[in-house]
Design a protein around this ligand. Structure first.
Ligand SMILES: *Cc1c(COP(=O)(O)O)cnc(C)c1O
Length: 369
């Protein structure tokens, strides 16, 4: 007997608020300064662009479904076993596949208070229950994660560094978290911004994946490698997890141009270094200049900063966002991350960064946009 008149998605799906990406367009058709999606101001490696162009004449061919040459390039760069690397259409796809493989109704997955929004979406999509661990000072509190573990906990998602806060937890803390989590809990270390981190006590996750059976690290070509438009990411996994992902992924989930460009990008260490050096120069500068204006900036190790505004009203985050937009500067509102009084801003080119500081000074000084 049918009880409903229309198809119904599985439980949990309608609780999902669709992901709203960083804005990219301005009404007037102005060319904006886009600092809303943590893209690199340096663009991709010229070698990646050349590799992309080179495959344009053979687009009728299916890709190599096992991404052999790309996995080999990643493995060579980091000294990894290519059998334990799985590639995806962005790390989003890999995170989604991990949730699909390891979570179902009745299961719980833990992530942090201001953690990456995708985690909530992929947990609910699989009918599982999201469990939120509070942060301390916009930073992951591994004790709060451990305090929320139950026998239903199957996965912990940890962005390190986290987006949108820009904060990180040390390798010692991550290792201690892993050691205290039950062996049956999969720890997913989302290291989308790893290449930007300049801290001696940070480790992206390779060592833990190598030495445990229950830790996965995801990486992306979207951020420092500047290939967000191609959709490419990779996961380094215990062999058993790699086997699981290879069973459920689409047989041709990574495109020919993405593979070609990705392999060239990961081999171009000099370009990556240049992007990291640019960030190392402008991250502290932008943070300090904005703090000089009297705004609080959460200390970041990534390629973006979280800026705190007055609670509301004329000097609040929404007003600042509107003001910046009027100056053709697009940043990211983060109300959906539980941070309604903040804006997230990507580190841009020198001129972009200077334009942001000038605009914020004018905003706070009450000058018209
Ligand atoms: C940008 C980002 C990703 C990467 O997404 P892709 O699908 O690889 O483009 C993953 N995790 C976090 C925390 C991010 O900010």
């Amino acid at each position: 007997m049918m009880s409903s008149t229309s198809p119904a998605p599985r439980p949990g799906i309608l609780e999902i608020d669709p992901y709203v990406p960083g804005e990219s367009r301005l009404p007037a058709g102005l060319k904006p300064i886009k600092l809303s999606s943590n893209e690199t101001p340096l663009g991709p490696s010229p070698k990646a662009i050349a590799a992309f162009r080179e495959v344009a004449g053979e687009l009728e061919r299916y890709p190599d479904g096992s991404a052999t040459s790309l996995r080999a390039a990643i493995a060579a760069r980091y000294g990894l076993n290519p059998e334990r690397i799985v590639c995806g259409a962005g790390s989003d796809e890999l995170l989604t596949m991990l949730a699909h493989a390891y979570l179902g109704p009745g299961d719980e997955a833990i992530f942090t208070e201001h953690g990456f929004l995708l985690y909530r979406i992929i947990v609910l999509s699989n009918g599982a229950t999201p469990v939120v661990a509070p942060e301390t000072n916009y930073r992951t509190d591994t004790g709060a994660i451990l305090a929320r573990v139950t026998e239903r906990t199957k996965v912990v998602f940890l962005a390190n560094p986290n987006n949108p806060t820009g904060t990180y937890v040390s390798f010692d803390e991550v290792r201690s978290l892993r050691a205290q989590l039950p062996a049956s809990v999969l720890l997913v270390l989302d290291a989308a911004y790893a290449e930007y981190v300049r801290r001696n006590d940070y480790e992206a996750g390779i060592e833990l994946v190598a030495t445990t059976q229950n830790t996965v690290m995801t990486r992306t070509f979207s951020k420092i490698h500047g290939l967000a438009g191609l959709r490419l990411g990779w996961a380094y996994c215990p062999q058993a997890v790699a086997d699981v992902l290879n069973r459920i992924r689409g047989p041709f989930n990574v495109s020919v141009p993405a593979m070609a460009a990705g392999a060239a990008a990961i081999a171009d260490k000099a370009h990556e270094e240049a992007a990291a050096a640019h960030n190392e120069r402008w991250l502290p500068w932008l943070s300090a200049e904005i703090e000089k204006l009297g705004l609080k900036v959460t200390p970041s190790v990534a390629n973006f900063i979280l800026v705190h505004f007055a609670k509301d009203g004329a000097l609040g985050a929404d007003a600042a966002d509107k003001y910046l937009k009027a100056r053709a500067i697009i940043v990211r509102k983060v109300g959906a991350y539980g941070l309604p009084n903040c804006l997230r801003m990507t580190i841009g080119r020198e001129a972009d960064n200077r334009a942001v500081v000038t605009a914020l000074a004018d905003f706070l000084g009450g000058r018209p946009a």
